[in-house]
Design a protein around this ligand. Structure first.
Ligand SMILES: [Mn+2]
Length: 320
């Protein structure tokens, strides 16, 4: 399945910005565009690779291997299916393939890093993690909550549903069931959302209900400070079967991340996004998604390059 060459395994480095603890990292590209309405996000993995993410992580002292891309069928060849969850069956099929690849990365003793692609791919990455470790914790960094189900979604776009699916909330919809993968891959007590600033009515109702994940909106960040919010988010997400970070580039303000499908003003600044990643870098992160980079909507790969930079910050890159 690997269609990208593995770079030379040259982990030696004199780079003063090198990470103190070299980790084994496995990159997987997910050219997924079936979960959203705007085309072009399937080119996200190429844009992030083009920005030099593998070379940069290797320079930091990590042992990086590129496992290539998961195969996602072309939209033009598919039936849309039920309008309450467009292309859900094929999204979930691609997620099962992705989860298989993530399993290979775990077998190889590596931290899986998934490059997207729209956010629906996280259903697959979380399946793989939960199958290995049981239900885990997740820090969902996003402008949106991605907590719709086919019943509540105003758009029917599956990239607005992955966290709901991972919490087992879509289990009643046949297209979301997939034999061999856990129905619930995230423990809601260890699920936390950060950077949220646009919710649909069904999501708002759910987030206010008992037992729902913890949410830190942009207002919480304004009032309490980013570092305090992140410390609390880390504490909440830790202690479950695994610790996953799912980073949607639309959490960053469109001024700094123009190449995303659903931009919302009032997001994190460039510097805040880096601070957030730096705060996560000394945590035992089990796995990572970096999603929603859309080169068609981008300006000279600004958002692809930002994705690369943020992955590096999370994996230990420092100014000094
Ligand atoms: Mn998202």
């Amino acid at each position: 399945m690997a269609d990208h060459p593995t770079p030379p395994a040259d982990a030696s480095t004199d780079d003063p910005a090198a990470a103190p603890d070299g980790r084994r990292v496995g990159i997987i590209g997910a050219p997924m565009d079936l979960g959203g309405a705007r085309r072009g996000v399937d080119m996200g993995p190429s844009a992030i690779r083009l920005s030099g993410v593998i070379e940069e992580l290797s320079r930091l002292g990590h042992d990086v291997r590129d496992f290539g891309n998961v195969i996602v069928r072309t939209r033009a060849t598919l039936e849309e299916g039920d309008s309450s969850a467009r292309h859900a069956r094929e999204v979930l099929r691609a997620c099962a393939s992705l989860a298989e690849m993530t399993g290979e990365v775990l077998d190889d003793g590596r931290v899986p890093v998934h490059l997207g692609g729209d956010h629906s791919l996280s259903i697959g990455s979380l399946w793989a993690m939960a199958k290995r470790h049981g239900p885990g914790g997740v820090i969902w960094i996003d402008a949106h909550a991605d907590l719709n189900t086919p019943d509540t979604s105003p758009s029917g776009n599956v990239h607005g549903m992955p966290l709901a699916a991972a919490l087992g909330m879509c289990a009643n919809f046949p297209d979301f069931r997939h034999d061999g993968w856990p129905q619930c891959s995230v423990d809601p007590r260890h699920a936390v959302l950060v950077g949220i600033r646009e919710l649909d009515p069904g999501e708002r109702r759910y987030l206010r209900s008992p037992g729902a994940p913890t949410v830190f909106t942009m207002s919480d960040i304004d009032h309490r400070g980013l570092a305090n919010v992140m410390a609390e988010a880390i504490a909440i997400a830790s202690g479950a079967g695994f610790l996953h970070v799912s980073l949607d580039l639309d959490v960053v303000d469109p001024a700094d991340a123009p190449g995303v499908g659903t931009p919302v003003r009032g997001g994190l600044t460039y510097r805040e996004a880096h601070t957030m990643m730096e705060q996560l870098s000394d945590q035992p992160i089990s796995s990572l998604d970096v999603v929603e980079v859309n080169p068609v909507l981008d300006t000279h790969n600004t958002t692809g390059e930002l994705a690369c930079e943020l992955v590096c910050s999370l994996l230990g890159k420092r100014i000094l």
